[in-house]
Design a protein around this ligand. Structure first.
Ligand SMILES: Cc1ncc(C[n+]2csc(CCOP(=O)(O)OP(=O)(O)O)c2C)c(N)n1
Ligand SMILES: [Mg+2]
Length: 569
């Protein structure tokens, strides 16, 4: 590898990013030496307004692009603001490399300006944190960061870069490196064949098997394999919140999302028995978390559990399971081959009856929610917003939601017309992720539409990034559900304590003015009959758009938590 004699470590970093096919870097000019070099090397800086948001943009970018996202930040206060998005990425298994400046090497621990123990800072929210000590090792450490992020269970890796190191002349690498490590999963591991043969026999002989697909299916790019398995072995599939869109939800063997949405007017209310009656539960790429399992209540204790996961520590965490440790796509592909060697007559014989039953769930769900999904007078029901968005869904579109009710409306009310992506911050369910996740998703697929649904509370965490969206020409359609309250907060407190605090009601906010002030066209909708046309026109226009929908503060998604409130209603 020839290099100009004057190359600095920062310039070397830019070259290494190019080797990993990094096309965008989420940053705000810092570390300056790195970002200057990256821009000079043709990497696009997506300049965020605030580090929280930049990290969440990187998250959305990685989830949709299949590439390791790179975010950069200054040391000290800027670094601390990267903690929340990296924590979400850690829990949601999203590969991000964070390049964080550190103070000059000889100034550490002297109360230098903005010095902080950043190794300790990032320890709980990253897979790996290292500081680079010498120019000779920059190639090794950069590659290690990408390897950590993209391999095994994907997640964030943090590389701390002392400012003086970045200015230092680069040295020849200890050993030259040429690989591209910028995509995930880096390795496609799979369990031994005997284990898959044994599971194939169990699938053939079970009375009532079911697949539960989690976000790991998307992370692995395993959705096609999953649908092939569903079809070939006549297996019913439900997904978790993060797994939504891992199968076409119009496939007759798809029973939608099951989780904590089991209250009145939910699909889960009808589909739950399918899980409760299962004698074989095949988990794929799920961390069996509280929301995904409705407080670990849904999988019957009598069922045999098979768990496919790339992270061996997730297998058996909450359910003792037959262990299939491996990449989801690779493992499902090999399982399909193993199923070729068993007699699936029992499965196929049950299929017509199963399909009829699943169709019944959807019909009952449609009937139950008809009143709210078609409500023609204000204040607007969120179910109506989703019903009007439904016919406009297309497989290449990305639907994003913020935490709180927005995630639940998207997950519980929309029906995926094909394998497609629904991005929600389900790692930690933090407010404010909706808009930046959507901007990152748009950066990953600029030709495809991105629609973000956000509550008025969560949106307030991220108003400033409207300007980023406009400036960077990453147009997203943002639907703000303005119910004037911290909806979930009010309702959860009401259920748990019988009252709620004074924080839950907001003053009136004109979100249209906020958007317009940032150069984003915007409109307020108060009549539900205006929605469909507006959504169609906004999608056709392909520009940025904020639609402020004045929603019914009494509406809440059918979470099991609200059973007592719903029963009293
Ligand atoms: C960063 C963060 N802070 C606080 C919470 C707790 N919390 C969860 S939902 C919620 C209310 C959200 O209100 P809004 O965004 O308006 O959505 P709505 O429920 O009204 O649709 C709050 C405060 C959280 N999840 N994340
Ligand atoms: Mg609200």
């Amino acid at each position: 590898m020839t290099k100009p004699a004057t190359e600095t470590v920062a310039e070397r970093i830019a070259r290494i990013l190019c080797r990993h096919q990094v096309e965008v870097i989420f940053a705000q000019s810092l570390p300056s030496a790195v970002i200057l070099a990256a821009e000079a090397a043709g990497i696009r800086q997506i300049a965020y307004r605030q580090e929280n948001m930049g990290g969440a943009m990187a998250d959305g970018y990685a989830r949709v692009s299949g590439k390791v996202a790179v975010v950069a930040a200054q040391n000290g206060p800027a670094a601390t603001l990267l903690v929340p998005p990296l924590a979400e990425a850690l829990k949601a298994s999203v590969p991000i490399v964070a390049l964080v400046q550190d103070v000059e090497s000889d100034q550490t621990d002297r109360n230098a300006f903005q010095d902080l123990d950043q190794i300790t800072l990032f320890q709980s929210c990253a897979k790996w944190v290292r500081r680079v000590h010498t120019p000779q090792r920059i190639d090794d450490y950069m590659d290690a960061a990408f390897t950590v992020a993209a391999s095994g269970r994907p997640g964030p890796a943090v590389l701390l870069l002392p400012a003086d190191l970045l200015r230092a002349p680069a040295q020849p690498a200890v050993l030259p490196r040429t690989s591209c490590l910028g995509r995930f999963p880096l390795d496609r591991t799979r369990p031994p064949e005997e284990a898959l043969d044994a599971v194939a026999r169990r699938i053939a002989s079970a009375q009532a098997p079911i697949i539960v697909a989690g976000g790991g299916v998307h992370g692995s790019g395993a959705a096609q394999e999953l649908m092939a398995l569903q079809h070939e072995a006549s297996l019913p599939v439900i997904t978790t919140n993060m797994g939504k869109g891992a199968v076409d939800e119009f496939h007759p063997l798809s029973a939608g999302v099951l989780g904590s949405l089991t209250g009145p007017r939910s699909l889960g209310r009808h589909s739950l028995p399918l899980m409760e009656e299962a004698d074989l539960v095949i988990l794929v790429g799920t961390r069996t978390n509280q929301n995904g399992t409705d407080n670990w209540r849904q999988i019957p204790a009598s069922a045999t559990v098979v768990h496919v996961d790339v992270d061996p520590t997730e297998v058996g965490r909450n359910y003792e399971a037959i262990r299939l440790v491996g990449d989801a796509a690779e493992t499902l592909s090999t399982l399909r081959k193993a199923l070729g060697g068993v007699d699936l007559t029992r499965r196929h014989n049950q299929r017509a009856r199963l399909e009829e039953r699943i169709a019944g769930f959807w019909t009952a769900f449609e009937r139950d929610r008809l009143d709210v999904a078609t409500a023609a007078s204000g204040p607007i029901r969120p179910e109506r917003v989703m019903a009007d968005l439904q016919p406009l869904l297309s497989p290449d579109m990305t639907i994003v939601a913020d935490a709180s009710y927005s995630s639940m409306w998207v997950i519980g009310q929309l029906r995926a017309p094909a394998i497609m992506r629904f991005i929600t911050p389900r790692g930690l369910a933090g407010l404010g992720w909706g808009v930046p996740l959507a901007i990152g998703a748009k950066a990953a697929r600029p030709q495809s539409s991105v629609v973000a649904l956000v509550g008025d509370g969560g949106f307030a965490h991220s108003w400033a990034e409207l300007e980023t969206m406009v400036r960077m020409q990453l147009p997203v359609i943002i639907i703000v559900l303005n119910n004037g309250i911290l909806g979930f907060q009010r309702d959860a407190e009401t259920v748990k304590f019988g009252s709620y605090t004074t924080a839950c009601h907001f003053a009136d906010v004109d979100h249209v003015q906020i958007a317009k002030a940032c150069g984003c066209p915007a409109v307020r909708v108060e009549d539900p009959r205006d929605l469909a046309d507006l959504l169609t026109k906004s999608l056709d226009a392909k520009g940025p758009m904020l639609i402020e929908v004045m929603t019914d503060p009494q509406a809440h998604p059918p979470l099991s938590l609200f059973a007592s409130m719903d029963a009293a209603a």
